[in-house]
Design a protein around this ligand. Structure first.
Ligand code: HPA
Ligand code: ZN
Length: 343
């Protein structure tokens, strides 16, 4: 693993499962609270971090939603996205697809326009300013109604050019993919790419994965490691080239297991599995640390890491030209690293 540290740091990476609100570090949360004249009930950063107590998805989500109350203005969203993009770029993330949760903001009175204009401007500026490409994925909150989801989709349409796809996140318990069939059908008709979370070890997980594949016909599943419990679904996902955005350190926090044995098995079975950071401000690991943790706990080799990076570029929603260019960059890296002693 010692050798693989440099290799992972230099690897050209794509990140496809990253909630921008989950990158709100305590320092920025304090700064935004001050700027927006809001009081926070914490003495300092350590005190704030100590309040981040959770052991599963359902106990994580209230912490995550409460923290984002400091996000109010377009500038706040810009600063949040810029901070993430700068960090990702410093880790040689060459391309990111970034989730945002507009309903977590519109439901507390922040206009959709504030959210998308701030995030969208940061994404545009980062291309020249930081050398990182990114696109935005609007996530529907599955524990809210299908009507609110449809209204949010409609609200997104004037900003269609700034949003590459639609996802589904928040609390999965009792909120199956099928609840949003109409919304996702409409999203497809509007030209959006589609993905949905099937969080790890959830109730009815294989039924939810089945609905994603058969009923909604998504292109990717976020997390989705429980697919391994059903042979027919594995075969179908493999044949379709379905993408899986696995998040090892996040899995460790919410299930007590990084699920790297599953990640390795997914790769062995020819599934397009990738490694991502999910909510790095809460799970204390951005892309590089997720890959290092996965490599260490799953005894991954350089060839596995190259396959993970290749999968990510392949299942990304980049156009053909930029995708081919990044894949070529990765292959050059793989070839040159293979002749270096440290690889
Ligand atoms: N799962 C569901 N909802 C979420 C997540 C997640 O991993 N992160 C932020 N919201
Ligand atoms: Zn997620």
């Amino acid at each position: 693993m010692g050798d693989l540290t440099n290799f992972i740091e230099g690897l050209p990476k794509a990140e496809l499962h990253l909630h921008i609100e989950g990158t709100l570090e305590p320092e920025l949360r304090f700064r935004l609270a001050e700027r927006n004249k809001m009081d926070l009930p914490y003495g300092d950063v350590d005190d704030m971090r100590k309040s981040y107590v959770f052991h599963d998805l359902s106990s994580f989500l209230p912490v995550y939603y409460q923290a984002m109350a400091v996000l109010q203005t377009p500038q706040d969203f810009y600063d949040l996205a810029w901070a993430y993009l700068a960090r990702a770029s410093s880790e040689n993330v060459r391309y990111a697809e970034i989730f945002f949760d507009p309903q977590a903001h519109t439901s507390r009175g922040v206009p959709f326009h504030h959210v998308i204009s701030g995030l969208g401007a940061a994404v545009l500026d980062a291309r020249g300013g930081l050398g990182i490409k990114a696109q935005l994925i609007l996530c529907i909150l599955r524990d809210r109604s299908a009507e609110y989801a449809m209204a949010t989709l409609m609200e997104s349409l004037p900003y269609r050019d700034s949003i590459v796809g639609i996802g589904l996140d928040s609390d999965e318990r009792g909120n199956p993919p099928g609840k949003f069939s109409d919304v996702f059908q409409r999203a497809r008709a509007e030209g959006y790419h589609l993905t949905m979370h099937c969080d790890v070890d959830q109730e009815n997980t294989t039924e939810h994965i089945r609905q994603c594949l058969h009923d909604i016909k998504v292109e990717r599943i976020d997390h989705g490691v429980n697919v391994l419990e059903n042979e027919a679904l594995v075969e179908e996902a493999r044949a379709r080239g379905l993408g899986f955005t696995v998040c090892p350190v996040s899995n460790g926090y919410v299930t007590g297991d990084l699920k790297t044995a599953e990640l390795k098995e997914m790769l062995r079975r020819g599934l397009k599995a990738t490694v991502n950071s999910d909510d790095p401000a809460y799970f204390a690991a951005y892309m590089t640390d997720n890959l290092k943790a996965a490599a260490e706990s799953g005894a991954l080799e350089a060839a596995d890491l190259i396959q993970i990076a290749r999968n990510a570029f392949e299942i990304s929603w980049l156009g053909t030209g930029p995708k081919e260019a990044l894949l070529a960059e990765l292959e050059r890296y793989a070839t040159s690293a293979a002749v270096l002693p440290s690889a």
